[in-house]
Write a protein that binds this ligand. Structure first.
Ligand code: TIU
Length: 219
């Protein structure tokens, strides 16, 4: 199955592909959450919800593997690097009480995935302490155990957790197809640059396609 993509068409093998949805968490996307508290415009991210819903439901319909990730830390914060804690010099930090529970702490309402894209029973949810979904997680093992070689990547934010994960995946031997309108950033120019960085130089990290192009071949 050929998906129209840049820098050239992507040869999708459904039996070896997983849909990887990065960090579509309430604290990043919902009004009143941590992202907005930091001064970010969450509407920039919310644009990706509809396209993700369409892609997720099509992917489920064909019985494809779906994996969700969440960025966050243990309630005791033992897995939180002091550098990450200190960085930003913000008044509110990871682990502090926020609008939707303790910020970026596992088990808190704000840490969970938005209801529109909530994981279905049996879909692995990978909790990650870093930006990349492979660092300090069992994602690679899960993918290897399922015979996955291709990742269709969506989520937020394009230049942070999506890009970091795609780079990690690239070095581990996975082909990545990033779905442009299913990713988003608080900074539109970083979204654009983040996608360009992936597909430049003949696809240095992977491919970029629209959700429409993916839907066309999996429908
Ligand atoms: N998931 C993810 O990208 N985490 C971030 O902290 N992103 C920001 O852009 N801040």
């Amino acid at each position: 199955m050929l998906v129209e993509a840049e820098p050239y068409d992507f040869s999708l093998r459904l039996s070896a592909a997983a849909l990887l949805i990065i960090d579509m968490q309430r604290d990043f996307l919902e009004p009143g959450g941590f992202g907005e508290m930091l001064g970010n415009d969450v509407s920039q991210l919310r644009r990706a919800i509809g396209p993700n819903q369409a892609l997720l439901s099509a992917w489920r319909r064909i019985g494809g593997l779906v994996i969700h990730t969440r960025e966050g830390h243990r309630p005791d914060l033992a897995d939180l690097p002091p550098t990450k804690y200190r960085r930003g010099r913000g008044e509110t930090r990871i682990g502090d009480p926020g609008p939707m529970g303790r910020i970026l702490v596992r088990g808190e309402p704000g840490h969970d995935i938005i209801p529109e894209l909530y994981p279905a029973a049996g879909e692995p949810v990978v909790d990650k302490p870093g930006k990349g979904a492979f660092h300090a997680t069992d994602l690679h093992a899960i993918l290897q155990n399922r015979g996955i070689a291709q990742l269709v990547v969506t989520g937020v934010t394009t230049e942070v957790c999506v890009n970091t994960t795609v780079r990690e995946a690239n070095d581990r031997g996975y082909d990545c197809l990033v779905v442009a309108d299913c990713c988003a950033s608080y900074f539109p120019e970083f979204h654009d640059a983040g996608l360009r960085m992936i597909k430049a130089q003949g696809g240095i990290f992977g491919w970029v396609a629209s959700s429409g192009a993916v839907l066309q071949v999996i429908k």
